[in-house]
Design a protein around this ligand. Structure first.
Ligand code: 4NP
Length: 170
């Protein structure tokens, strides 16, 4: 390799919810598909975490996996709790609701880290202004899981557009 062409650092995205078994693994799976569809696997990488460690090591919730599967997503990440190094390691940290947002913001040790944290709904396009958080589906019905997927599919497309703009990829 030409020594002046150092390997470019990947842009790293971390999706965050409460349990890391419903919303954030779904976001991770959807965004992985979009990155692949756009041929950006060498430039962008994704992960997810929970603000709680209640489901540490678990696969996504079975209902989330089934609803995801119907749309072609194979949700197979393992739940983990967010830790303070994530705030320096990742470039974009996407919180599913205001509670997750506040918890992660409280972990930030600098303005640089705090500025990486965003609400996922800030990237909605079709559903813009209709939802200000990704509703927790855990204690709800099937329609809640479908809504999560609808919102995340929309917000992930908006997020990719925003990343492309930020990093001059378009
Ligand atoms: P998530 O959903 O934050 O989207 O993964 C939840 C999962 C588990 C619980 C709450 C929300 N729980 O209470 O165990």
């Amino acid at each position: 390799m030409n020594p002046t062409q150092g390997k470019k650092k990947k842009i790293r995205l971390l999706f965050v919810c409460l349990g890391n078994i419903c919303r954030s693994p779904a976001a991770e799976g959807i965004m992985s598909g979009i990155i692949e569809k756009n041929g950006l696997q060498e430039m962008i990488e994704v992960d997810s975490a929970g603000t709680s460690g209640w489901h540490e090591g678990d696969l996504p919730d079975e209902r989330m996996r089934l609803h995801g599967e119907k749309r072609g997503y194979n949700l197979c990440s393992r739940s983990r709790k967010i830790h303070k190094e994530d705030l320096s390691d990742f470039d974009y940290i996407l919180a599913m609701d205001e509670n997750n947002f506040r918890t992660v913001r409280a972990m930030a040790t600098s303005k640089e880290e705090a500025d990486k944290i965003h609400l996922m709904t800030d990237y909605l396009v079709q559903f813009r202004k209709l939802h200000d958080h990704i509703p927790d589906p855990y204690y709800g019905e099937a329609s809640g899981f479908e809504l999560v997927l609808d919102l995340l599919e929309d917000a992930c497309e908006g997020l990719l557009l925003s990343i492309k703009r930020d990093h001059l990829l378009i």
